[in-house]
Design a binder for this molecule. Structure first.
Ligand code: GRF
Length: 204
């Protein structure tokens, strides 16, 4: 079976992208990262991708009059690379309907909280400050409302009494690095079926 071509959108550190890249080296991964796009020229993720010989493109939002124009340019790049799955890995912009329509049910995001709790920025800090006993992370399909699409995978992380936001975030990130690379091949193998709000994972 041909491997699904994956495009990853980043804005910063790139550790989730790196986890997907590492996992994609395995023969059973079924997907290959063909393009990394960034909205930040200095995103460390770009250097990591280049070191792995993955093509990278930086598109500056300032060069586009509207968010839709920017997203159209992203879509053009992804289509040129024949991308079948888009992963948002620490991508800090909200995608517009232009982008969603170009890749229906083919965009995944990783969020550092157990959705639907603690949407938006700094999910780990929101959860920590709220005093939850169990925090975690979520991989979900992207829909128009941020952090709200059907959930593909989640991992729970217990909060310890001596945790700080930093120690908790580190353990959440370790789980992010597991569940995002697990979700990608499930998609590539055609095992994810969206039924309303639910994502069913088909058996072998
Ligand atoms: C992660 O915590 C992710 O859940 C959130 O942004 C952060 C990105 O980190 N969406 P990295 O760039 O993948 O290291």
């Amino acid at each position: 079976m041909a491997k699904t071509k994956v495009g990853i959108l980043v804005s910063g550190r790139g550790s989730n992208m790196e986890a997907i890249l590492k996992a994609s080296k395995s023969n059973i991964f079924n997907a290959e990262v063909v393009l990394v796009l960034s909205d930040k020229a200095d995103a460390p993720a770009l250097e990591i991708a280049k070191a792995s010989k993955v093509p990278t493109v930086f598109l500056d939002p300032k060069d586009f009059p509207a968010r839709e124009d920017y997203d159209k340019a992203l879509v053009d790049q992804l289509n040129k690379a024949k991308v079948g799955l888009v992963c948002l890995a620490g991508y800090m912009r909200i995608v517009t309907p232009v982008f969603l329509k170009a890749f229906p049910n083919r965009i995944m995001n990783i969020h550092p909280a157990l959705l639907p709790s603690f949407k938006g920025l700094h999910g780990q800090k929101q959860a920590f400050d709220y005093g939850v006993k169990v925090a975690g992370c979520t991989v979900h399909f992207v829909s128009e409302e941020p952090d709200s699409g059907p959930i593909i995978a989640q991992a729970a992380v217990e909060v310890q009494e001596d945790d700080t936001v930093e120690t908790l975030s580190t353990r959440i990130l370790e789980e992010e690095h597991k569940i995002f690379p697990q979700a990608v091949p499930l998609f590539a193998q055609g095992k994810l079926e969206i039924k309303g709000r639910k994502v069913l994972i088909k058996e072998d």
